[in-house]
Design a protein around this ligand. Structure first.
Ligand code: 26V
Length: 839
């Protein structure tokens, strides 16, 4: 697809044409890496290209930051413990409008862009949906020209690599920074002390005011590393600022002098451990002190940085603060930002408590991403008191005032106060981070319509009753640049040829595809593109697993973190049922299916790991059965990550979104699949509900019990046995697992899975099984009707425009942040006679 963008907004003194790029690449190889083409490794070549791209980004970045410094706009600060960025080269090239030119330049140099792109390591500083959402938001913020910073942690080790050995998940450390990261710039000039421990002294000043002084704390420094985040077809380039921990002193002199060299070095190592590794758990509260240190480390450095920037631009005009900064908390993980800002304003800047509190609540917004009780963060008061003594005091004070307010609204309602308190007094006293975040924010949002509704009906019902205006919905979205334009070059070109390329910035333009949905030639091309998307995935799967797949089958895909509530098990049970059907009736009418599953399990989540093993054992069996292998295959793709998603999602025909209704807050994979022309097989959960609303019931397969139905069943008592007794197929499927058909020589291997679904079945796998089978049968039938399926696929894409993260960010900008775009014009275009030796 030709891209003419660069001509219109090029501001670079480095050219955007292939010739200039070639010069840059060779220059970088020679003068940055000190090599010639002869001795350059593949990584050297990749680096030279990456440097040539970032150079062109940096010019726009400087323009943007200068402009922001000049107009001092309100900025968005997106605080997140996770940013799942994936690879940058391909996306950077597309956003800058450099893709085709770079491809040409490399071709002329005898190099291949696709091959070089594959060399880049994923930046996997996140677990799943929440982290990837943050990355999509950065793309949209810059594309919309909104002044914004992402703030996070520069973990030395990102999310572990998953290896599958004998069918089991094995975790390998992700040392993503071993090789040079060309996309970041260290900013040792921006460093802040972060304090832990010690005690608080309360002084009374001469004028009678109280002052709290924090003594004897240990200090760690937070060093900034900046990554530019460019928008698409714009000069606007924002910043992702990640903090890395550095010991405040190389050696503790006292220990050193007293001869304890090891203790001295050890202290340094321990404090730098804070940013060593990303917590790989996205469901269970780990309650580990190091995690709390990480959260406070992020928050303290970030709030100091935000206040520093504010004071540079506005001095101590604190009344302006909330009109210059909107701080969004990505779940409760950075919620300590609230007491930290209170500490800075009250203790360091001498503001009165009430005034500081109003600034806080005007500034903060909080996004909830899960209702799962086990994922709601709490910290024991004991740990909090010893690690952050001043913050614990501040939280008590916040709670005291908050309880007074509750009392004003509901005099005498002690039970309600107990429920709403930020401090949980039952058992071991703890801080409820979600309550702190709600109290300290002016807006609280869920991430899909159903989720936001359930949020105010359940976990925050008391809060919503008291302040209904505080709660709102912001349905998630995904960036069309990475998830369609870049991930699916074939479909992108076809779409652009049919309706022009405005959709890349305004995804609702995809509606125009409805005008060509009946065009026979277009439909044929559509099928060809979808077919071709399968080929690179087939290569990848053969390379990683040895499993050979056929592109002439329906690709039925479930990729996401492994979780019982996401019900990969339901998919696996369906596959067994299909296998039995094929074995028992060789003449059965079937749609040849390739089932693809991928996802990581938290290392300590034994049930999820056992389900991975079961999937791999089913795969071994059915892929090797000559009776069935032409009609049904299963592959578990190891090490699911952003770059794998970019290959898997475009190849899918059917998208499995089959969580227990009410459990998946939104899902964003569901949107990526629909946008790439896959049809959703889904429950009425999360954003599936809205996908149904957009695409219409004829273009989606919906099944299963609804959230209210399940609520009633829970209340009235649910017995999975009744569903098992009713279904002979289900009995035979379970029996096959039970008799160790998939675990020969390892009797009882999968017993824990069977016990869980036969007895408690917390996620209603049994209750939904037969409904799922029926929906899967419908999907198979529909797929055999090639014309029908083509229409469904095109209409899914045409009607997915609302799921752009540009739409989501626009809603946040107007309804929560009150921020406006700043146009970065190319006026101060680089003077071509500038003294620098530009390539
Ligand atoms: C919890 C914990 C617990 C402590 C250790 C580290 C950790 C990390 C993450 C989490 C919460 C994860 C919540 C989450 O990822 N929610 C997902 O958010 C997506 C974006 O809004 C949404 O699409 C998914 O449905 C939702 O599961």
């Amino acid at each position: 697809m030709s891209n003419k963008l660069s001509d219109s907004w090029q501001v670079s003194c480095r050219g955007f044409d292939a010739e200039s790029l070639k010069k840059s690449i060779l220059n970088n190889l020679e003068y940055r890496l000190g090599k010639g083409m002869k001795r350059a490794t593949e990584y050297d070549k990749y680096l030279s290209v990456a440097y040539s791209v970032i150079e062109r980004m940096l010019e726009k970045w400087i323009l943007t930051q200068d402009k922001h410094g000049e107009v001092k706009p309100k900025r968005v600060y997106y605080l997140s413990m996770e940013f799942l960025m994936g690879r940058t080269l391909g996306n950077g090239l597309i956003n800058l409008g450099l893709y085709d030119q770079c491809q040409q330049a490399l071709q002329e140099m005898g190099l291949d862009l696709e091959e070089l792109r594959e060399i880049e390591v994923d930046a996997a500083l996140g677990n799943g949906g929440l982290g990837r959402l943050a990355a999509c938001f950065l793309d949209s913020l810059a594309t919309l020209g909104l002044p914004a910073f992402g703030y996070g942690i520069r973990y030395d080790y990102g999310l572990f690599h998953q290896k599958i050995i004998d069918g089991r998940q094995v975790e390998i450390p992700d040392r993503w920074l071993t090789l040079t990261n060309p996309w970041e710039i260290a900013r040792p000039e921006y460093q802040y002390p972060v304090r832990f421990g010690g005690y608080i002294e309360h002084q009374i000043e001469r004028n009678g005011t109280r002052k709290s002084v924090w003594h004897d704390s240990e200090e760690v420094y937070a060093i900034a590393y900046d990554t530019p985040t460019p928008g698409y077809d714009t000069n606007s380039v924002n910043t992702l600022r990640l903090w890395s921990a550095k010991s405040s002193e190389d050696f503790n002199l006292q220990d050193f002098n007293s001869g304890d060299y090891f203790a001295a070095v050890n202290k340094k190592v321990t404090s730098e451990n804070i940013t060593k590794v990303l917590y790989p758990d996205d469901s269970s509260k780990s309650g580990r002190e190091l995690r709390l240190r990480q959260e406070y480390f992020l928050v303290s450095a970030t709030m100091q940085d935000i206040v520093f920037r504010f004071k540079r631009e506005h001095g101590t005009q604190w009344k302006l603060f909330s009109s210059k900064a909107a701080i969004q908390l990505n779940d409760t993980h950075p919620a300590l930002a609230i007491p930290e800002l209170m500490r800075i304003l009250v203790d360091d800047e001498d503001l009165k408590w009430e005034r500081a509190w109003n600034i806080c609540t005007d500034t903060f917004g909080y996004t909830n991403h899960t209702l799962l009780p086990e994922a709601l963060e709490t910290w024991s008061v004991d740990i909090m008191e010893s690690l952050l003594p001043r913050h614990m005091e501040i939280i008590y004070l916040i709670n005291h005032n908050f309880m007074k307010e509750v009392m004003r609204y509901y005099p005498g309602q002690i039970d309600r106060m107990r429920r709403m308190s930020i401090i949980n007094e039952e058992g071991l006293k703890s801080v409820r981070m979600a309550h702190l975040a709600v109290a300290g924010s002016h807006k609280v949002n869920g991430v899909a319509a159903l989720h936001s509704q359930l949020m105010t009906d359940t976990i925050f019902s008391d809060f919503a009753a008291m302040s209904p205006g505080k709660f709102t919905n912001m349905t998630n979205g995904v960036t069309p640049r990475r998830w369609l334009r870049k991930a699916n070059l074939g479909l992108s070109s076809l779409i652009t040829d049919a309706i022009g390329n405005e959709w890349v910035k305004d995804l609702t333009k995809l509606r125009d595809l409805e005008n060509v949905v009946n065009d026979a030639q277009f439909r044929q091309q559509w099928r060809e593109v979808k077919h071709n998307c399968k080929l690179p995935l087939i290569d990848l799967i053969q390379h990683d697993t040895g499993i050979i797949l056929s592109p002439f089958t329906m690709f039925d895909v479930q990729v996401k973190r492994m979780h019982e509530y996401k019900r990969q098990l339901l998919f696996a049970l369906f596959i067994i049922a299909e296998y039995l059907r094929l074995k028992e009736d060789p003449n059965a009418i079937v749609t040849p299916r390739t089932c693809i599953i991928a996802g990581k399990a938290a290392p300590a989540y034994h049930m999820a790991k056992l389900i991975i093993l079961l999937i791999n054992r089913i795969a071994d069996t059915i892929n090797n059965d000559i009776d069935t292998r032409d009609f049904l295959r299963l592959a578990f793709v190891p090490n699911y990550r952003v770059s794998a998603a970019e290959k898997i999602i475009p190849a899918a025909n059917l998208s499995e979104q089959i969580s227990t209704a009410g459990k998946e807050a939104s899902g964003t994979g569901n949107m990526k699949f629909a946008l790439n022309g896959a049809i959703t097989m889904g429950t009425l959960d999360g954003a599936n509900v809205e996908i149904l609303g957009e695409v219409g019931k004829d273009n989606i397969f919906i099944f299963g019990h609804t959230a209210p139905e399940l609520m009633t069943m829970r209340r009235e008592g649910y017995d999975p046995q009744t569903y098992i007794e009713e279904s002979e197929i289900l009995q035979r499927v379970l029996h096959l697992i039970d008799c160790d058909f998939f675990s020969p020589g390892e009797p009882g291997l999968f017993r824990p899975i069977l016990d869980s679904i036969r007895h408690h079945d917390e996620y209603f796998v049994m209750a939904d099984f037969m409904k799922y089978l029926k929906a899967q049968d419908d999907a198979g039938t529909a797929y055999r009707d090639v014309e029908k399926w083509t229409t469904m696929s095109i209409l899914n894409v045409a009607r997915s425009g609302v799921f752009s993260s540009d739409r989501t960010i626009n809603e946040y900008a107007t309804e929560i942040w009150d921020v406006k775009p700043v146009l970065i014009s190319s006026e101060n275009e680089c003077n071509k006679n500038c003294p620098w030796s530009c390539g």
